[in-house]
Design a protein around this ligand. Sequence first.
Ligand SMILES: C[S@@+](CC[C@H](N)C(=O)[O-])C[C@H]1O[C@@H](n2cnc3c(N)ncnc32)[C@H](O)[C@@H]1O
Length: 215
Amino acid sequence: MDRLEVICSRLPRCRVLADVGCDHGYATAYALRSGLCGRAYACDVSAASLKKAETLLQEEIAAGRCVPVCTDGLDGVSDADCVLIAGMGGEEIVGILSRVPLPERFVLQPMRNTEKVRRFLVARGARIEEDFTFEDGKFYDLIAGSGGGGDCYTDFEFRYGRDNLRAPGAAFLKKMRREADVVRQALSSAKEEREALLARLHETEAIIDAIEERL
Ligand SMILES: C[S@@+](CC[C@H](N)C(=O)[O-])C[C@H]1O[C@@H](n2cnc3c(N)ncnc32)[C@H](O)[C@@H]1O
């Protein structure tokens, strides 16, 4: 399934959505046009990226339903009850969310360091309602939930994602099989390297023995 389709399918109904790092603005457009939210902020730190969203959302902007904001994270945006951050690194997502109170609802799609996002959310008292891996050419993680309510994760769940362990989907199984192949390959290279090193050691020891016998 298309990455953005998966993300949009997880957006909850809300009053005001903030799409942080909106770039082209597709998710904002989806949320507004399907009536999921009453208003939306399309936010991006890059003016060039925001321009794309402004072009796509010109009708909604003219109607006062969408406000484009060129800003770092959620700086200057305070009344959103749902925050979407997709396509950014986990550390960047944590950085953005740590500067504000957790939103009532969130949908996050980190590109890497998902474990750091899970740990941050649980430490801040969030309740994680969805936490799964999906595939669209590559593997992606999606985390959705509420800013309050609290949650409890095991170390394994922090590392792999709770839904992936409780109700694994085909994408997660495929990802784990891929990971096992990578580890097997690394082990086999390590074994070959060890054997080559042992052969070199035996060779040099044999030369040393031969020289020492002549002394
Ligand atoms: C890879 S795009 C993702 C676009 C869209 N959210 C998606 O998932 O398809 C990342 C976007 O995040 C923006 N961005 C990166 N860091 C940001 C920050 N700290 N605050 C706001 N936007 C940021 C970039 O300018 C870029 O447009």
